[in-house]
Design a protein around this ligand. Structure first.
Ligand SMILES: Nc1ncnc2c1ncn2[C@@H]1O[C@H](COP(=O)(O)OP(=O)(O)OP(=O)(O)O)[C@@H](O)[C@H]1O
Length: 303
């Protein structure tokens, strides 16, 4: 089977500005892939190259064995760009059916496919509404429905849940998760906790250069827990360090501690020992995370 995304020495220039610098990617189909990085790091540029909206200035990129933009990828790859727009004056069903027809569905199949994707995003009732009558969040979900027409193998979603309320954002995450056995999603977002929940592979761009992260590679020698407390407490780091088997404590940010410990010969699970300590010390905890948070993996120096 062809690789999902293969990039070899890909660079992209806008005039003299090098937006992507010698990027190599080799990704197989599977669980969702996060595309992250600070503003201006080159995420949209990479997104556009994979979709075939831009051509690389140098290097080669292949999606499912084909050059992005080629006819062979028609119906196999779809994208929700950050600024995706619907026509305000046509009904939702008319627009989706048109896109389905463009993908080669017959008129009858296009109607069925339109209903199917609207059901997926839980917006069946909006079929006859015009886009201008819908809220921002509803429009976003319709655009996601559009990206799902024809069940493509690769779906690129740029900031898919930006501007959605928590319940709708969660519904989209659940949808991505549920469809992930059939479709590989590439999700670009600044919401690291969202990506952390969904993805086990990360493409991290920094000034146009790529570092691929496999999430949370716990070694056999050392395991990590991240403890987030509700309020500031003195002496937390010292008390954590005094626990048996704890090797390192990193105060990664305010009220957050990354605890490295040796799992060899543990008599009591470390999470239980930590919660017992919180209880004894009267520390109220907000979260206890197995491993590092994605934010710490990407940005913290000591993590
Ligand atoms: N059309 C363009 N013309 C000139 N420079 C551009 C153009 N598009 C992007 N750039 C530059 O290329 C670099 C990468 O931009 P890109 O939009 O890919 O970053 P990004 O990671 O998507 O950023 P953000 O998180 O802010 O959306 C930036 O320095 C940007 O200024």
């Amino acid at each position: 089977m062809s690789q999902l995304i293969l990039a070899r020495g890909v660079s992209h220039y806008f005039g003299s500005k090098k937006a992507l610098d010698n990027v190599d990617i080799e990704l197989q189909p599977g669980k969702p892939i996060a595309l992250v990085g600070p503003n201006g790091a080159g995420k949209t540029t990479l997104f556009s190259l994979i979709c075939g909206y831009l051509q690389p200035s140098e290097g080669e990129i292949k999606v499912l064995g084909h050059r992005p933009g080629s006819a062979a990828l028609f119906g196999q790859l779809s994208a929700l760009p950050q600024d995706a727009l619907l026509d305000p004056n046509f009904s939702v069903a008319q627009q989706l059916a048109l896109y389905a027809r463009l993908q080669g569905f017959s008129q009858r199949q296009a109607k069925i496919e339109t209903q199917r994707v609207l059901e997926l995003v839980n917006l069946k009732d909006t079929a006859d509404s015009r886009a201008k009558e819908l809220s921002h969040g509803m429009k976003k979900r319709i655009c996601i429905a559009q990206a799902l027409l024809g069940s493509p193998k690769l779906v690129m979603l740029d900031e898919a849940t930006a501007g959605l309320d928590p319940a709708n954002a969660r519904a989209i995450r659940e949808l991505v998760s549920a469809l992930s056995t059939e479709t590989t999603f590439v999700l670009s977002s600044h919401d690291l906790s969202e990506l952390e929940r969904l993805c086990d592979r990360v493409l991290y761009l920094q000034q146009g250069r790529l570092a691929t992260h496999q999430l949370d590679s716990q070694t056999e020698q050392l395991a990590y827990l991240t403890l987030q407390l509700r309020e500031q407490n003195d002496h937390v780091a010292a008390a954590l360090k005094a626990l048996p088997h704890v090797v390192s404590v990193d105060n990664s940010q305010r009220n957050e501690f990354v605890i490295g410990y040796s799992s060899e010969g543990l008599s009591e699970a470390m999470d239980i020992a930590l919660l017992t300590l919180c209880h004894k010390q009267n520390w109220r905890y907000r979260a206890l995370i197995n491993g590092h948070t994605l934010e710490n993996q990407l940005f913290a120096t000591g993590a």
